[in-house]
Design a protein around this ligand. Sequence first.
Ligand SMILES: [Zn+2]
Length: 119
Amino acid sequence: MFECIECTKPEHKNLRAFYQPKEKKITFCLQRLQEEDICTMMRHELVHYFDHFQGYTFGSAKELACSEIKAAKIGECKDEVFRKKCTRLVAQNNIKDRYPIRYKWIVNKVFKKCYSFFD
Ligand SMILES: [Zn+2]
């Protein structure tokens, strides 16, 4: 379920943590995490884990963006004043590598619905 490793693969070059649906595994990249980040990243990745068990496959851009929006809101973006803006930026940033041209459009398209999911 969890592993803590030095992340060396090129596809993980900007990640502090990530979820692998096939293996149902959350990986923490030790060389990029401070101790205080662990809980934040844990909350973030557990949302992906939750989504996976709700039937998400992360195969479509909108599904991935939706999960990133929910994970950013629960994980990184705790400040009430900037929460919405923070959530949008983190979600965009987290799908940018996979969708370099459309990442903003994709997040904006599903933002309202996915942002309010846990309300
Ligand atoms: Zn994520």
